[in-house]
Design a protein around this ligand. Structure first.
Ligand code: FEO
Ligand code: CA
Ligand code: CA
Length: 679
């Protein structure tokens, strides 16, 4: 089906601003409950960014290694690295960048010399006894034992020995229109509504391979395999656990939540657990916007895409006894994939907002720091600093201690300050006279030592109504912070700001968000000035994304724009063992209708800023959860929402089965984890 410039002909949904170019209104409706359709939820008048001369504190550097034993490169400022900084050695993932692939093409495209195959697809068996996938005979029980829909974050925790491990994957949301043929039978629709609960959440799947660098295979029924659905128990931790704000009729103790929602990006901790961000959780509730908090988080009373509110009291915000159910979602979830008997947790100490994900590093003093984005236009960047230090021992006692690190600590929100005159930030993307969009910033405490740091709010209120707390302290309104990840060796933090079509309408441009109607997004590089546990930082914009041959101004860390791959809407970020940044995208430049991709960006040496496209995902899909293993010559990505704009009868994509027949295949798009390796 063809989508016109202004309207999806099938659903007659208006193309919303951030979707111009490629992203579909179907994605917006199903994934984000049309969060971009109206003005920003953030109507606060908190201090917006002041463009002042750079403050006096030094940019002394302070870069902690992320993982225990990591090599620390002593980079001391945000100045452009020179050739004196060692450039990465010969790569184990050599490639010639691919050309952007037209948005009508339903192919998974890799560079010459590489091959690809799905590792696991929607519906493949996970738990023992799971039936072979049959798209026309799905049931809630079958789906609860099979791999879920729309995988986003992925990682493989490799066991000692290197030939076995566990794959952990998020399942963010479902697309009823391409999972099932149309139906108006109420009993059938109710049955499907139960399948949607089973298709979301997370999967843990054991994997094996014959040798390092060889492709992985899944182990259906593996000892550590698990499925977490919208009915699986999660334990609340931290200061808001057990508080009145999270108690419901079904859980008067306020300590056990059923399910996880909107699991988007994530991170793997140094102690081997996986963090997952509960992002667009509001969209699963029908709740009248009767309170400032409900309005600020985008709750509305209306039919949802899953229909749970019609039969499960938990999702009807008007149901007596369940008004607080919505306060039990919007957290960072931690799963221990190595312990199949463990109960996953939701950490209230890290705040409640539309968590994209969380990435943890270890500060110089051994405390752990989690960096987090709230992915909504005009929302904020956060970090959490633990109270306790990591235990670097290898025994079960150390692991038990580390599993509690994210339950106690301080939560901060970021305020950015530019160092150029406001008059030089004209909204076009033109660099100010000092040659950089850059400046300093401050982490403002929302909680301190287990207490509220926000006058007039209790600690429980701060952690449940975190957006309202951050509004009060003058945080900087950002262009949708997606993945935020510290570099494993330099400690610099990379922040993907995916786009903000209403920049300049709901909030003015500033030096950290310098483009009007920021259609293509940007990436910020942040250096902690007092160590990762500190409260001061320096920052600079690394990339102003877009099509360098288009009309919009772009910037690639000073690298010649004519020599880069066009890139738009940066979403997930990852690093390889050679120190390069990798970016997966959720949208293409408006000037060229192309499929989403995965891009490599060197951060040091003469190639700093040289964006190179590695792969392209099929029609309508988004590239997620990249895993880059230079040492194995392998890349893995999650292909989310392929064929999103099609229908069951007329699929827009047949990825990844592409017409194969036989048990377990389908003539339909199937979100899948794909591995790419050197042929
Ligand atoms: Fe689920 Fe912010 O992307
Ligand atoms: Ca500047
Ligand atoms: Ca994302």
């Amino acid at each position: 089906m063809t989508i016109s410039a202004d309207t999806d002909q099938r659903t007659h949904l208006p193309i919303i601003d951030h979707a111009r170019g490629k992203r579909s209104p179907v994605t917006c409706r199903l994934k984000c409950a049309d969060a971009c359709l109206g003005p920003e939820c953030n109507t606060s008048s908190n201090a917006t960014f002041r463009s002042i001369a750079q403050t006096a504190f030094s940019r002394r550097a302070l870069l902690g290694g992320a993982a225990a034993g990591a090599v620390v490169i002593a980079t001391t400022s945000l100045e452009r690295p020179t050739a004196a900084v060692a450039a990465p050695a010969a790569t184990g993932l050599p490639f010639t960048p691919i050309a952007p692939v037209d948005a009508s093409v339903d192919s998974f495209v890799v560079p010459e010399g590489y091959t690809w195959a799905p590792l696991i697809r929607w519906g493949d068996p996970v738990l023992a006894g799971a039936p072979v996938f049959d798209i026309v005979a799905q049931s809630p029980a079958a789906q609860a034992a099979q791999f879920g829909y729309n995988n986003d974050y992925i990682d493989i925790i490799v066991d000692a020995g290197g030939l076995t491990g566990v794959l952990v994957a998020n399942h963010e949301y479902v697309n009823p229109d391409i999972m099932f043929a149309p139906s108006s039978d109420p009993a059938e629709l109710r049955r499907r509504s139960e399948i949607y609960k089973a298709a979301q959440g997370m999967s843990v799947v054991e994997v094996v391979r014959d040798a390092p660098g060889a492709p992985w295979r899944t182990v259906p029924g593996g000892r550590r395999n698990r499925r977490f659905t919208v009915d699986s128990p999660f334990a609340l931790t931290g200061p808001a656990a057990g508080s009145e704000l999270v108690r419901t009729a079904a859980d008067p103790e306020g300590r056990t939540v059923l399910g996880t929602l909107g699991n988007c990006a994530g991170g793997t901790t140094p102690w081997g657990t996986v963090l997952s961000g509960e992002e667009n959780f509001n969209g699963y509730f029908s709740s009248p916007a009767t309170t400032p908090s409900r309005a600020r988080y985008g709750f509305r009373q209306r039919p949802t895409s899953t229909g749970w509110e019609t039969w499960d009291k938990r999702f009807n915000g008007a149901e007596p006894g369940y008004e607080n159910e919505e306060h039990r979602f919007g957290y960072i979830v931690e799963v221990d994939p190595l312990d199949p008997a463990s109960t996953p947790v939701k950490h209230t100490a890290l705040g409640r907002f539309k968590h994209e994900g969380a990435n943890v590093s270890i500060a110089e003093d051994g405390r752990v720091v989690a960096y987090m984005g709230d992915d909504e236009r005009g929302d904020y960047l956060y970090k959490f600093v633990s109270k306790h230090r990591v235990n670097t021992g290898s025994g079960p006692g150390a692991r038990k201690q580390n599993l509690k690190l994210l339950s106690e600590g301080d939560l901060f929100v970021a305020r950015f300050t530019g160092d150029s005159p406001a008059s030089e930030i004209d909204g076009s993307g033109r660099l100010p006279q000092d040659g950089r969009f850059d400046g300093t910033g401050e982490w403002i405490a929302l909680t301190r030592k287990g207490e509220s740091a926000v006058p007039g709010m209790s600690v429980e209120q701060v952690l449940v109504h975190t957006r309202l707390a951050a509004d009060l302290v003058g945080a900087t309104k950002m262009d949708r912070c997606e993945d935020v990840e510290p570099h494993p060796t330099t400690g610099r933090v990379y922040i993907a700001c995916t786009n903000n079509s209403r920049r300049g309408i709901d909030a003015p441009v500033d030096e950290a968000n310098p483009r009007l109607s920021n259609r293509d997004g940007h990436v910020i590089e942040l250096v902690e000035s007092e160590g990762q546990g500190g409260t001061r930082f320096a920052w600079s914009i690394l990339l102003l994304c877009g099509d360098p041959s288009g009309a919009a101004l772009t910037y690639f860390a000073g690298f010649p724009p004519a020599m880069v791959s066009p890139i738009s809407c940066p979403d997930n970020v990852a690093f390889d063992a050679e120190g390069n940044l990798w970016i997966s995208t959720d949208g293409a430049p408006s000037t060229i209708r192309k499929n989403d991709g995965l891009f490599k960006v060197p951060l040091e040496g003469p190639d700093r800023g040289r964006v190179q496209q590695f792969l392209s995902v099929p029609r309508d899909a988004e590239t997620c959860g990249p895993i880059i293993r230079v040492e194995d010559g392998m890349v893995l990505v999650a292909v989310q929402h392929p064929g999103e704009d099609g229908s069951f009868a007329a699929p827009n994509s047949l990825f990844p089965d592409y017409g194969a027949s036989g048990a377990g295949t389908a003539r339909a798009p199937r979100p899948s984890v794909v591995q790419v390796w050197r042929a």
